[in-house]
Design a protein around this ligand. Structure first.
Ligand code: ATP
Ligand SMILES: Nc1nc2c(ncn2[C@@H]2O[C@H](COP(=O)(O)O)[C@@H](O)[C@H]2O)c(=O)[nH]1
Length: 207
């Protein structure tokens, strides 16, 4: 435990479950004071997306050069494209004491778990696999082929949900948002209590 740094919050879940929708709702709430880490990807930009806001869009060559330069906390190849979390932003922001929020798929979350075992891992689950398919198809952003591959991935991802600290069902966006906010708040309270009790010992051990 590092008593000076912010909390790293990892939200995972299958494609189409509503991670982006719930995350936007959390960040639209003026009471939210954590920071969102914008990922890098080699995926093509969707209509309505903005470079530097939704993702930093990169070519495969650029992304691979960043991998070689150790610029990611984690990265994964997902349905034919790279996705990764830039290390610099996360470290700098946490060092300033802010909580940082990552929205990433499960292979990346496993890598984060190894590097930041003290992070908070939340899995966003659909009410059912049928709901998931309906949402993915309903979003209308992917071809039938890509939707098929994302659903195949989703089946594997759902199997991994027991590796997370919490599972939140996204039945309704506002409810999922409130559940995530409560989990983060409870986690802070728990850590503050531990820190208060052992502050002297932790500081001494850091010397
Ligand atoms: N609770 C919900 N009930 C019904 N529809 C929802 C709900 N949450 C999200 N959706 C819809 O599901 C679709 C997928 O949501 P979203 O794009 O947020 O998923 P995602 O998990 O971020 O997907 P990806 O991982 O592919 O980026 C969107 O059309 C969104 O409006
Ligand atoms: N391992 C990582 N996964 C990420 C990252 N940023 C996003 N993602 C996940 O990829 C899939 C597909 O996203 P989409 O925008 O193409 O629909 C989804 O599960 C995202 O959460 C990342 O930095 N690392």
């Amino acid at each position: 435990m590092n008593i000076e740094k912010g909390l790293l919050i990892v939200l995972s879940g299958p494609s189409g479950v509503g991670k982006g929708t719930v995350r936007k709702s959390i960040f639209d709430d003026p009471s939210t004071d954590f920071k969102y880490s914008i990922s890098m990807t080699t995926r093509k930009m969707r209509q309505g997306e903005t470079d530097g806001l939704d993702y930093f869009f990169k070519s495969r060559e650029e992304f691979e050069a960043l991998i070689a330069d150790d610029q990611f906390i984690e990265y994964a190849e997902y349905v034919g494209n790279y996705y990764g979390t830039p290390v610099q932003y996360v470290r700098d922001t946490m060092d300033k004491g802010y909580d940082v929020f990552l929205e990433i798929e499960v292979e990346g979350a496993k890598q984060v778990r190894k590097k930041f075992p003290e992070a908070l891992f939340i899995f966003l689950a659909p009410p059912s696999l049928e709901h998931l398919k309906e949402r993915l198809v309903g979003r209308g952003t992917e071809s039938d082929e890509i939707i098929k591959n994302r659903i195949l991935e989703a089946r594997k991802e759902v199997e991994m949900m027991n590796l997370y600290d919490y599972v939140v069902v996204n039945d309704e966006v506002e409810l999922a948002k409130a559940r995530i906010q409560s989990i983060v708040e409870a986690e802070h309270l728990k850590r503050e209590r531990v820190e208060a009790r052992y502050r002297k010992m932790i500081l001494e051990a850091k010397k």
